[in-house]
Design a protein around this ligand. Structure first.
Ligand SMILES: Cc1cc2nc3c(=O)[nH]c(=O)nc-3n(C[C@H](O)[C@H](O)[C@H](O)COP(=O)(O)OP(=O)(O)OC[C@H]3O[C@@H](n4cnc5c(N)ncnc54)[C@H](O)[C@@H]3O)c2cc1C
Length: 555
C-alpha cells in the first residue's frame, strides 16, 4: 500500500486548541500503532500540517507497547514480549521498522512444535532437502511427511495446502479474500467437504489458532486454515517468528515517537479523551473534550494495577489504561477519590475538569468500543450508520486474557523453538518463556516468567480461578515437561479490555468492523484508523495499514 503524494487535498491550517495560540490541523486520539502510523504518513505527506496525538496512558504503543509489569517495584519491571511478526504478511509494518524508523527484528524461533489432541508433538520446520531444492508448494513435502499421522491424512493436508497456496498468494498480494477455500461453519464441515481424516483436521485445529490468533470455532477458521497451509507452502519463512529484539518499547516505539517529535508531531500523554462534540446537524465533529490527569497534575496519584501491573494515575477515576479494570468505587470508599467522574464520561465535561480541543479534522485511532464511550446519548454523531452499529452490536464477549506464572527456577524449552498446544485454554501461542526471550538482567527477576494467552473467555468464565490455575500448570508441563508445578511461586491473570476485545457472535462490533477499510464515519471531518479497520485482520500490520489508508482518505 502507498500513501498519496504530498499536496493532495486542502492544507490550510485551521484547527485551534482552545486556550492555546497554537493551531492544529489534525487531532489524533490514541497513540497505538495505528495512531502513530497515521501521524507518520500524514506528516510525511503534509509536513506543514500541525498534528497533535492525545493518549490516555503514559506511553505510546497501545496494546503492543505498554506491557511493563510494575508489581515487583520500580527497579524490577517485567516487559512482556507477546508480539510476533510474520515476515511475508507484515509488509507495511516491516517497511516502517526496517526502512523508515529503524528497529531491530530478529527471527527468534526456527521451528514450531504443535501438540495435537492425541498428545502427539509435531515439529514444523522446513530444513530438509525438499525445502532447499523444490519450489513452493512442493518444498513443504518433507515437513508434511514428518507429521505423526497416517499417510493418507498427510496427503489430504498437502492437497489443501496446494489449493490454498493460490489463495494465500492473492492475500499476500493485497487481494482480500481467498476464493477457493470453503468458508463454511467449522473445521468439522471442512472435514466433511474435503473428506479429510480426523487427524488432519485435528492438526489444522491446533496449528491455525496458534499461528493466526483465531479460535477454530470462529466461522473463518476453515478459511484461515487454508490460508495457513497456503502460507506455509508459499514460504519457509512463515514458520519463523520474528520478535522485536530486547525491549520492544526502546527498540521501536520510543524511537518511533522520537522520530515523530523530530518531524514536528506533538504528543499529550496521560490525557483522556472523554467526549466528542458535534455541530448541531451532526455533520462535523466540532471539538473534543479531554481530561489531563497524569503525574504533572497536582491532585493525581500514581498506582499500580493489581490485575496486570500497569502504572496508572487516579484523579476522578481509577481506570487501568491497559487491562480496563475500574477500581473507582473502591477508591471512593477508601477516600482516595473525593469526587468521582460520572459513569457517563461525557456528563458535564467542563465542570468535570475537561478542556476542549477544537478540531478541523479528527482521527480516532482506537477500537470502536472505546470510541462509543465518547459519544453522549442523544449526540447527533450517533445517527451515522458507522457509529450506530457500535450501539446495536449484540454478542457474547470473548475476552482475551493473559495468565502469567512466576517460577523459582528457569523452565526449559527446545532450542530456537516455540510451542503451541491443542488445549483451547492456551489456544494462542502456547507458552512462552519471557525469561528465555529477554534474559534475567532485563527483567530483574531471578526465576522464570511464563506468559500464556487465554483466548476463550466463554470457557474461562465457566471455571473458578483455582481450576484455571491448575489447567495452566497442567498445560505448562505438557509444553515444558520439566517444569515442576510445585516451583510456581505465583500465578496471575490480566484481563485485557474486559469491555470487549473480540466478540464471538455476529453481528458484533469487532465482526462488523473487521476488514471495514473505508475509514470514513459519515461525519465529514472524522476518520477512523485502528487495526479493526485494516484488511488483514486484527494485528499490528492491520494497525499500520489502517493508518496509511486513513491518510489516503483524509487527503
Ligand atoms: C496480548 C496480545 C497479544 C497480541 N499479539 C499479537 C501478535 O503476536 N501479532 C500481532 O500482529 N498482533 C498482536 N496483537 C494485536 C495488536 O496488538 C493490535 O492489533 C494492535 O496493536 C492494535 O493497534 P491499534 O492502534 O489499532 O489499537 P491500540 O493499540 O488499542 O491503540 C489505541 C490507543 O488509544 C488509546 N486510547 C483509548 N481510549 C482513549 C481515550 N479515551 N483517550 C485517549 N486515548 C485513548 C489507548 O490507550 C491506546 O494507546 C496482540 C494483542 C494483545 C492484546
Amino acid at each position: 500500500m502507498a500513501v498519496k503524494e504530498r499536496g493532495a487535498g486542502s492544507s490550510a491550517p485551521h484547527a485551534t486548541m482552545a486556550g492555546s495560540s497554537q493551531p492544529y490541523d489534525v487531532l489524533i486520539l490514541g497513540a497505538g500503532l495505528s495512531g502513530l502510523a497515521t501521524a507518520y504518513y500524514l506528516k510525511k505527506t503534509q509536513p506543514e500540517w500541525s498534528i497533535l496525538v492525545v493518549e490516555r496512558s503514559g506511553t505510546a504503543g497501545g496494546l503492543t507497547g505498554n506491557w511493563i509489569d510494575h508489581r515487583f517495584g520500580p527497579d524490577k519491571k517485567l516487559q512482556m514480549p507477546m508480539h510476533m511478526v510474520f515476515r511475508q504478511k507484515y509488509k507495511n509494518l516491516l517497511k516502517l521498522v526496517d526502512e523508515e524508523i529503524g528497529g531491530s527484528l530478529s527471527p527468534l524461533y526456527k521451528g514450531y512444535t504443535i501438540i495435537t489432541g492425541d498428545g502427539q508433538r509435531h515439529r514444523l520446520a522446513m530444513e530438509d532437502w525438499t525445502a532447499r531444492r523444490l519450489p513452493p508448494p512442493f518444498h513443504a513435502l518433507g515437513m508434511f511427511a514428518k507429521l505423526k499421522m497416517p499417510l493418507r491424512e498427510k496427503w489430504d493436508l498437502f492437497k489443501l495446502a496446494c489449493v490454498s497456496t493460490y489463495c494465500a498468494k492473492e492475500i499476500l498480494e493485497g487481494k482480500q479474500e481467498p476464493r477457493r477455500v470453503p468458508n463454511t461453519l467449522s473445521l468439522e464441515s471442512l472435514e466433511l467437504i474435503l473428506n479429510m481424516g480426523a487427524k488432519s483436521r485435528d492438526f489444522l485445529e491446533a496449528v491455525t489458532p496458534s499461528i493466526y490468533n483465531l479460535h477454530p470455532w470462529y466461522t473463518s477458521a476453515p478459511r484461515m486454515a487454508g490460508v495457513m497451509a497456503g502460507t506455509m507452502t508459499l514460504s519457509k519463512d512463515s514458520l519463523h517468528y520474528h520478535v522485536f529484539a530486547k525491549n520492544y518499547n526502546a527498540a521501536f516505539i520510543d524511537r518511533f515517537v522520537a522520530r515523530l517529535q523530530e518531524m514536528g508531531v506533538e504528543f499529550r500523554f496521560w490525557t483522556e479523551a472523554r467526549r466528542l462534540e458535534a455541530a448541531a446537524d451532526g455533520r462535523r465533529v466540532e471539538r473534543v473534550w479531554v481530561r489531563p490527569y497524569g503525574p504533572e497534575h497536582p491532585q493525581a496519584r500514581r498506582y499500580v494495577c493489581e490485575n496486570c501491573g500497569a502504572e496508572n494515575y487516579l484523579l476522578d477515576r481509577a481506570f487501568c489504561t491497559r487491562c480496563g479494570r475500574d477500581t473507582t468505587l473502591d477508591r471512593v470508599r477508601s477516600g482516595e477519590i473525593a469526587k468521582p467522574v460520572a459513569r457517563e464520561l461525557w456528563f458535564d465535561a467542563e465542570a468535570g475538569g475537561c478542556v476542549p480541543l477544537e478540531c478541523r479534522r479528527l482521527v480516532t485511532a482506537m477500537y470502536p468500543h472505546m470510541i462509543a464511550r465518547l459519544l453522549p446519548a442523544g449526540s447527533p454523531l450517533r445517527r451515522h450508520p458507522y457509529v450506530r452499529s457500535f450501539f446495536s452490536a449484540r454478542g457474547n464477549q470473548t475476552q482475551l486474557s493473559v495468565g502469567r506464572v512466576y517460577y523459582r527456577k528457569p523452565v526449559t524449552r527446545g532450542d530456537g523453538e516455540i510451542t503451541g498446544t491443542h488445549n483451547p485454554y492456551l489456544c494462542f501461542n502456547g507458552c512462552q518463556s519471557v525469561y528465555n526471550n529477554f534474559g534475567g538482567a532485563d527483567l530483574g527477576y531471578e526465576g522464570d516468567v511464563v506468559d500464556v494467552l487465554l483466548d476463550v473467555g466463554v470457557i474461562r468464565d465457566a471455571h473458578t480461578q483455582e481450576e484455571q490455575i491448575q489447567r495452566i500448570l497442567f498445560d505448562l508441563q505438557r509444553v515444558y515437561p520439566d517444569a515442576d508445578p510445585a516451583l510456581a511461586e505465583h500465578v496471575s491473570f490480566a484481563d485485557i479490555y474486559p469491555d470487549v476485545l473480540y466478540l464471538s457472535e455476529q453481528p458484533a462490533i469487532a465482526g462488523l468492523h473487521r476488514f471495514f477499510d473505508t475509514h470514513r464515519t459519515g461525519a465529514e471531518n472524522w476518520y477512523v484508523a485502528g487495526c479493526h479497520s485494516g484488511t488483514i485482520g486484527i494485528g499490528m500490520e492491520s494497525a499500520v495499514q489502517s493508518g496509511m489508508a486513513t491518510v489516503n482518505c483524509l487527503l
